[in-house]
Design a protein around this ligand. Structure first.
Ligand code: ATP
Ligand code: MG
Length: 429
């Protein structure tokens, strides 16, 4: 689990800000829910025989003896919260959330025990147009971030739950005579989650699978037609994708379309964003029956990709415009006042006030070290009528001005937008 130190936070803010603005443009609504849930919620949704539930969850008993789990993903929580908040009955909802998830995995680049996901879930819509919209939203985000070029969309159709069950039975029958030749994980999944065997990276398992029955042959006509329509919508929108017939996703609740945005820039941690349709989940959890589709992206992986491809815009670091030196206790109160007034009247101004006293020279040194473009110096044993200003560049530009002229000088010399509110302008006259 990582700390995010001040040098890194501007990158997070940039990514989160870009995503929030885009979600607002699509008129999706934010939802927030706790990081802790009843363990049962994840067992029933993600599935007992999945990696997450079998070996990755942080589960403990609270003081009442209830089994609780730090959320390993957001979809189940979002469904629970939306249903309890009465958002699902007979209506459509387009929701998003952003926050930490917890999985006890082996930490490595792009894989952490606390990681952040941005999730989007759409409820009440069963047609392919919502699936297309979600993928467009992803594509727009990649584009706004300047990483579209490095991400590829893989997509598959799992068919209905019944299709999947019939296919699972056929796959099991096919693999039965070869069961002892499967890798250990796949042997374990043989009974519990046979489709996941398709996901195996083991060479000999993959070789066996070459002649296995194909999922697509078990998918019903309805589901096929809807998937074909989705592909048409994507093509019309100029979003290219690749069909991956072995993409099944690790969680049990999917049906119909599943997808992953992957990159070849991050080594083994190639999945940046994944999702799909999960029409049965809410009812399966005992809630309102509603069609649903969604995705989640790992923000650390997006950040790594931005870094790897040098796609961060320049000037992200938080900079200081003005450093206010305060020399002498007698001007401290005045300094606090002046700082407030300037922040109020110059929107966007970043003014750092020196606190803690000290000599003139020491404070000026700090002003330079802060990276500020300008020092404002208030000095004396009693409140002053003037302040000194100095640009911290090679220009030697400086001035000593009455308090009332400071604002205009800063706006002019620093090229800050002069957005003074009309009321404030009137009051000043
Ligand atoms: P992976 O195959 O890499 O383990 P996953 O299939 O377990 O991913 P999902 O459950 O689909 O991942 O979660 C959605 C996204 O969250 C992933 O595409 C990935 O970007 C991110 N993610 C998942 N697990 C981690 C982790 N431990 N650390 C960082 N990001 C993660
Ligand atoms: Mg995983």
């Amino acid at each position: 689990m990582n700390d995010v130190l001040p040098e890194q936070t501007p990158r997070w803010q940039y990514l989160e800000g870009t995503a929030r603005a885009l979600l607002a443009a699509y008129a999706y609504q934010e939802i927030r829910f706790p990081v802790l849930e009843q363990t049962q919620l994840f067992k029933r949704s993600i599935g007992e025989a999945t990696d997450i539930v079998e070996k990755e969850m942080y589960t403990f008993e609270d003081r009442n003896g209830d089994s609780l789990t730090l959320r390993p993903e957001g979809t189940a929580c979002c469904v629970r919260a939306a249903d309890q908040g009465a958002l699902l009955y007979n209506q459509t909802r387009k929701l998003w959330y952003l926050g930490p998830m917890y999985r006890h995995e082996r930490p490595q680049k792009g894989r952490y025990r606390q990681f952040y996901q941005l999730g989007v879930e759409a409820f009440g819509m069963s047609e392919a147009d919502i699936e297309a919209e979600l993928l467009l939203l992803c594509a727009d985000l990649w584009q706004r971030l300047g990483i579209a070029h490095y991400l590829k969309l893989e997509i598959n159709n799992l068919g209905s739950s019944e299709d999947r069950a019939r296919y699972g039975a056929a796959l099991r029958q096919f693999l039965l005579p070869h069961k002892d030749k499967l890798d250990a994980d796949s042997q374990r999944r043989f009974d519990s989650n046979v489709l996941r065997i398709l996901d195996s990276k083991d060479e000999s398992t993959r070789a066996l699978l070459a002649d296995a029955p194909r999922l697509d042959d078990f998918v019903g006509e309805d589901s096929k037609a809807r998937f074909a329509h989705l592909l048409e919508l994507l093509a019309a929108a100029g979003i290219s994708c690749e069909r991956n017939p072995t993409l099944v996703r690790g969680l049990d609740y999917y049906n119909g379309v599943v997808f992953e945005w992957i990159t070849d820039k991050l080594g083994a941690q190639s999945a940046v964003c994944s999702g799909g349709r999960y029409d049965a989940l809410s009812a399966q959890l005992g809630g309102t029956r509603t069609p649903a589709v969604g995705f989640a992206m790992g923000l650390e992986r997006v950040l790594l990709l931005l870094e790897e491809t040098q796609a961060f815009p320049v000037g992200l670091e938080q900079t200081v415009d003005v450093y206010m030196a305060v020399v002498g206790q007698g001007v401290q109160s005045q300094a606090l006042d002046l700082g407030r007034e300037l922040r109020r009247s110059i929107p966007g101004l970043r003014l750092l006030t020196h606190c803690g006293g000290g000599k003139y020279n020491a404070q000026l040194k700090k002003a330079y070290a802060s990276g500020a473009r300008c020092a404002l110096i208030l000095e004396g044993e009693v409140p002053q009528t003037t302040v000194k200003l100095r640009l911290l560049d090679d220009s030697n530009t400086g001035a000593e001005l009455p308090l009332g002229d400071v604002r205009a000088w800063l706006v002019r010399e620093l090229g800050l937008a002069d957005n003074q509110h009309p009321c404030a302008a009137q009051a000043a006259q």
